[in-house]
Design a protein around this ligand. Structure first.
Ligand SMILES: *Cc1c(COP(=O)(O)O)cnc(C)c1O
Length: 363
């Protein structure tokens, strides 16, 4: 099979050195392995600018969604109520989870191309006294919009709520000071901006709030507190851990630090994104979001030309070395391009040349 680079928001293109780490079959109860788990947990706290004194990291098997569901089903108690702030499909997925687990909730829905309304959030927190938790997505990968978690964090703190953030597609690529944003639970996964391979999610949690959640979990395998108890003692995962993925992730974290940390990675992603939008605009393909709302992670482009289908475009571009991503909007025909992972300026230029050729083809 011909190789291609992924322009999807995860899994994404990883380095050969990260992939090579997976050539070792590690024993899960071996001390050497448990040390790696602990090293990862510590490095993730450092990335979030928080200390072991107040925060801890829990690694959870499964994709990112499992991490989100672990938090929702373990942290929000029977007598609690969660405010979900929704402006995309990942926000909607949280609400679906709350329904599955019979959790009390309310939601504030926003158009997908708009930031959540802070006044409305404040009014809701002021008048609905039953609300105990607030949850939202940082970068809504549905569109690529970057939500203002800092301002919502300020409101959460003002009204004394537990604040939970799905920072799946941004953590490691956009700097987040967890404590400064008043975040109590932050969720991300192995295969996004840290540039590992898929297989587990991680939760950076306020120790105090995690301790308070003891006994609230509605699922055995997703019990966040119980997973923490096992892991915190000696680095042992409760059930079979994705050993190869863990080794690759440890290497990916080291490579993130070598690159210059989140700051340097943010620069590279931002430059990729700016170049991508500029060149696409030059060939007549416009982005869906207003520039000031755009994250440096993924961009939604509008498909105005009906002379070809997404599938035709996908195949043409795949043949030439890149996998692109379909849109996730119902009202407008779109497609998406992620620019995270081992992707550099040269790749973006190559990709845009391919798009240019594709549009020039006779149909
Ligand atoms: C990728 C992603 C998820 C999780 O998706 P999985 O397919 O379960 O890994 C959740 N939220 C956001 C914002 C994402 O980008």
């Amino acid at each position: 099979m011909k190789n291609y680079k992924l322009l999807t928001p995860g899994p994404l293109t990883t380095t050969d050195s990260v992939k090579k780490e997976m050539l070792f079959d590690h024993c899960t109860w071996d001390d050497d392995y448990k040390v790696i788990t602990q090293k990862i947990r510590k490095q993730l706290l450092d990335l979030g600018h928080v200390s072991e004194e107040k925060y801890t990291t829990v690694l959870m098997q499964g994709s990112g969604t499992f991490g989100v569901e672990s938090v929702i089903s373990s942290i929000i108690g029977k007598d609690d109520k969660c405010l979900f702030i929704v402006n995309g499909a990942y926000g909607e997925r949280m609400v679906t989870m709350a329904k599955y687990h019979d959790i009390n909730y309310t939601e504030i829905k926003q158009e997908y191309d708009e930031l959540p309304d802070l006044n409305l959030i404040e009014e809701t927190l002021k008048y609905d006294k039953k609300i105990t938790h607030v949850m939202m997505v940082h970068c809504e990968t549905t569109t690529g919009i970057l939500n203002d978690i800092k301002s919502v964090g300020v409101l959460s703190k003002k009204y004394n709520k537990t604040f939970m953030v799905d920072a799946m597609s941004s953590f490691g690529g956009v700097d987040i000071d967890i404590s400064d944003c008043n975040i109590d639970f932050l969720i991300s996964s192995s295969n996004k901006c840290i540039q590992g391979v898929p297989g587990f999610s991680f939760i950076i949690a306020s120790k105090e709030k995690l301790i308070n959640s003891k006994g609230k979990a509605r699922s055995l395998s997703l019990d966040l507190y119980d997973q923490w108890m096992g892991m915190d003692k000696d680095g042992k995962w409760r059930f079979t851990s994705p050993t190869h993925v863990v080794l690759a992730f440890s290497k990916a974290l080291d490579e993130l630090i070598e690159e210059g940390g989140v700051k340097a990675r943010f620069e590279r992603y931002s430059n990729n994104n700016k170049l991508l939008r500029k060149r696409m605009k030059e060939i007549g393909i416009n982005s869906y979001l207003k520039e000031e709302l755009q994250s440096p992670i993924i961009t939604t482009f509008i498909l105005e030309d009906n002379k070809f289908t997404f599938k035709e475009m996908y195949d043409y571009i795949k043949e030439r070395g890149f996998a692109i991503y379909p849109g996730k909007l119902t009202k407008v025909e779109t497609f998406r391009l992620g620019n995270i992972g081992e992707i550099y300026e040269e790749d973006i230029n190559n990709l845009c040349d391919i798009f240019t050729d594709f549009l020039k083809e006779e149909r």
